[in-house]
Design a protein around this ligand. Structure first.
Ligand SMILES: [Zn+2]
Length: 350
């Protein structure tokens, strides 16, 4: 039965029953019957639907194994439910392939997520600084910039999903659990800095949630966690000095490229760390906004983050004979011949 699958694919494509029906040459009512498993489409209809929905026919016949639970959206209040449904469908598709791979592996090389062992208590927002240092310490990250945040999160058992859903710029990140494992979703359309801040912020939720006093605003704490995790106080003082009256835009730009925190984020950090006094920060922030830089920061953007782990594991799994080439191709959503070619780097530019 293909009902649940069809529903997900239709949500992912953002199509109404009417539109899909029209494209596949059946009524909206018939689509409804398919989705409720009250009727089964003929092969020609199935082929048309797969085509319109941009999925392979096999997609409809894969058993539904994964269900999202505990979905928490960080979204702008204006995001329509339809957009969220599309993003959720994309996330489900990716998460499902991830868990399918994991379940086929006898001893999956990525650990389950667990909290670092001894983290300091938090009584005030300032304590978050020590907390994020302790996390860096426990994970042996030192104090240097973190070049690849997705890789770091994934190696700790947090599944990172990059969604390319068209309207993904309308949401600010999503955190959910799949089969008890945390996943974080960011958009491929954001600049690297924004992806990184969201990743670090969502990591903050995972790490801090249990240890925050009930009086503290979790969003504020997670923002502080994100900025201090990306740019530890020591690094900020070292590069900017302990006290400044003004910081040139170019300095912010250079530091952004070193630590992967946005210029606006660094400016804010200067206020948090008292490198700038409140009124000095405000003055600079107003100028920053007036130049339109809150929408798009000046100069070369910080490069976007990438997920590689899933793809790596698929090739490794096929290489070790844990999964067949056919399964690998299905997981990567490419034809078998293309998978075999890509394995050999055939057709790749030297
Ligand atoms: Zn949050």
């Amino acid at each position: 039965m293909i009902g649940e699958r069809l529903k997900r694919a239709r949500a992912a494509a953002g199509l109404s029953m009417e539109k899909l029906g029209k494209a596949a040459g059946v009524s909206a009512n018939m689509i409804k019957k398919y989705e409720h498993d009250h009727s089964m489409p003929s092969s020609p209809v199935l082929i048309k639907m797969a085509d319109v929905l941009g999925v392979r026919i096999e997609f409809f016949f894969r058993p539904v194994r994964v269900h999202l639970s505990g979905v928490e959206y960080r979204k702008k209040s204006s995001v329509p439910q339809k957009v969220l449904d599309r993003i959720t469908a994309d996330v489900l598709d990716q998460a499902e392939r991830w868990f399918e791979l994991r379940n086929l592996w006898p001893a999956f090389p990525v650990p389950d997520f667990s909290l670092p062992e001894s983290l300091p208590e938090i009584n005030s927002v300032e304590d978050v600084e020590q907390f994020s240092l302790a996390v860096r310490n426990q994970w042996q990250l030192g104090l240097n910039p973190l070049p690849d945040l997705i890789d770091l999160l994934e190696s700790k058992g947090i599944l990172v999903i990059i969604t390319a859903s068209e309207q993904a710029d309308k949401f600010d990140g999503l955190q959910a659990k799949v089969e008890g494992q945390p996943i974080v979703v960011v958009s491929s359309q954001w600049p690297g800095c924004r992806q990184r801040f969201t990743l670090a912020h969502e990591l903050g939720h995972l790490l801090l949630h249990e240890s925050l006093p009930s009086t503290m605003d979790e969003e504020v704490a997670c923002n502080r966690f994100a900025s201090s995790f990306l740019l530890p106080a020591v690094g900020a003082f070292e590069h900017l000095g302990n006290q400044r009256r003004k910081i040139d835009w170019k300095e912010l730009h250079l530091l952004k490229h070193e630590y992967g925190l946005s210029m606006a984020g660094i400016l804010y950090r200067c206020k948090d760390l008292n490198i700038l006094e409140e009124h000095q920060y405000k003055k600079q922030f107003i100028e920053f906004s007036a130049r339109g830089w809150r929408k798009a920061e000046p100069g070369e953007p910080y490069p976007a983050e990438h997920t590689l782990l899933f793809e790596q594991l698929v090739y490794r799994g096929a290489g070790e004979g844990i999964i067949s080439d056919a399964k690998a191709a299905e997981l990567l959503k490419i034809p078998l011949a293309m998978f075999r070619q890509s394995k050999m780097m055939e057709g790749a530019q030297a």
